[in-house]
Design a protein around this ligand. Structure first.
Ligand SMILES: NC(=O)c1ccc[n+]([C@@H]2O[C@H](COP(=O)([O-])OP(=O)(O)OC[C@H]3O[C@@H](n4cnc5c(N)ncnc54)[C@H](O)[C@@H]3O)[C@@H](O)[C@H]2O)c1
Length: 398
């Protein structure tokens, strides 16, 4: 029979995930649902005939969503994460399995559900005999699976760090966020990053810690900065039993971009609230975002590669080891093979691999599962098979 999937959102990630899932023999049909009719037609034309349907849908319309979920085995959520809890609730009502690729929140800053609120729906999914795979993109997602795979190899694990580095340049553009500009500004400037420090969860100020990291070739040495990301919460939740003391997330950022954000902070604009000026009220966040290119406008213009991986510091058989497990995607190659930019490619494929774990019956236990909680090997095999192979390297100790 195969799995019938309702995919919500056919943006840059959704295009890649649907093109990865639909050809699989264990998937009978991908129903693409989006507000944007033009996008639906554009992406549907790239999927195998007979395995795709389209539906213009506003996912915030609960009744329409519940209707669309009838007869569907998996709801694959590729929308902005603010909608996640409502979509999960609709899945509980309709008896549909669920997958998403990022969390929203933190609730105390942006007023939307964070990582822990999705995990807290575990009992309800269990009760209904349904499975939800949450935060299954590249980071979060594959990065957390890498952390789990390394955790399994080590006898003690003191520190887990996710490092994301992109060395690309964009023709004719000074500041070019490679994913949603709003998310990028929120993550880098507004949200106080979670960090696990000396065995305790703390909150820092973003861009308060920096260092250099030598990413595997062809990415190379880049300056990385602390920003808020799901992994800093997830890794201590699930991978703390071998002595974890520290867990953190760092992303490589261009000096010019960091200077711009720190200047914005000095001007008092590092928040998401409205301010009054000249008789009008507006959010400085929206003003800044309005000056940045959208990620879809960068397709074909980004040159370079992005590396995402988990670094594990601990011991194996009494010896200190520092091991980095990673995935590298070339923006140029992603454009050549699929006509997309690297971030959509690198996120959409692991998310589709999560869906294929369900389609193939490899994961079928009811409950809500973070990427750290699944058996890494089948997921890692699917990543390689579908065009996102990974590597492992031992790095020198400090
Ligand atoms: N984990 C990761 O590694 C990672 C990386 C990048 C993006 N993401 C996540 O992936 C998701 C998608 O990212 P993207 O870059 O494809 O976004 P995008 O903005 O390109 O696409 C979003 C799509 O959703 C549609 N949409 C918006 N509101 C809708 C609604 N109410 N009803 C129906 N459709 C609606 C839009 O028309 C658009 O086609 C986001 O949640 C993002 O946070 C995760």
């Amino acid at each position: 029979m195969g799995m019938r999937v309702l995919q919500l959102g056919v943006g840059s990630v959704g295009e890649v995930s649907s093109r990865t899932m639909a050809p699989d023999p264990d998937v009978s049909c991908v129903v693409l649902a989006d507000l944007d009719e033009h996008r639906l037609a554009e992406v549907a034309a790239k999927l195998p005939a007979g395995k795709v349907e389209t539906l213009q849908l506003d996912a915030t319309d609960k009744e329409a969503l519940v209707h669309a979920l009838a007869g569907v085995d998996l709801c694959f959520n590729a929308l902005i994460p603010e909608y996640n809890p409502d979509i999960m609730t609709a899945c509980l009502e309709t008896g549909t399995n669920y997958l998403d690729m990022a969390a929203a929140g933190p609730r105390d800053v942006v007023g939307t559900a964070d990582v822990d609120e999705e995990i807290a729906m575990d009992a309800e999914f269990k009760k209904k005999g349904l499975t939800a795979l949450v935060f299954f993109g590249i980071d979060p997602g594959a990065s957390d699976v890498f952390a789990r795979a390394l955790y399994d190899q080590f006898d003690t694990v003191e520190r887990l760090t996710v490092l994301d580095g992109d060395n690309s340049s964009v023709e004719g553009v000074d500041f070019a966020p490679s994913f949603s500009p709003t998310t990028m500004v929120e993550e880098c400037l507004i949200l106080p990053p979670h960090a696990f420090e000396n065995g305790k969860m703390i909150r820092r100020q973003s861009l308060s810690t920096t260092r250099e990291f030598d990413f595997p070739a062809p990415v190379g040495k880049l300056k990385v900065w602390n920003v808020d990301h799901e992994e800093a919460q997830l890794m201590p939740m699930f991978l703390a039993d071998k002595g974890l003391r520290d867990a953190d997330f760092f992303i490589a950022l261009d000096d010019q971009w960091v200077n711009l954000l720190l200047t914005w902070r000095k001007l008092g604009f590092d928040h998401n609230k409205e301010i009054e000026f000249g008789g009008a009220s507006f959010r400085p966040l929206d003003l800044l975002v309005s000056r940045l290119p959208k990620s879809v406008d960068l397709i074909g213009r980004m040159h370079g590669a992005v590396c995402v991986g988990a670094l594990c510091d601990g011991t194996i058989a009494g010896k200190r080891v520092r091991r980095y497990m990673y995935q590298i995607t070339s923006h140029d190659e992603a454009f050549r093979t699929m006509g997309v930019q690297g971030t959509g490619y690198q996120t959409g494929i692991p998310a589709a691999c999560g869906a294929l774990l369900l389609a193939k019956g490899i994961v079928k236990t009811p409950g809500v599962f973070a990427p750290e909680q699944i058996e890494p090997a089948p997921f890692l095999d699917l990543m390689t098979e579908h065009g996102t192979p990974w590597g492992v390297v031992d790095l020198p100790l400090d």
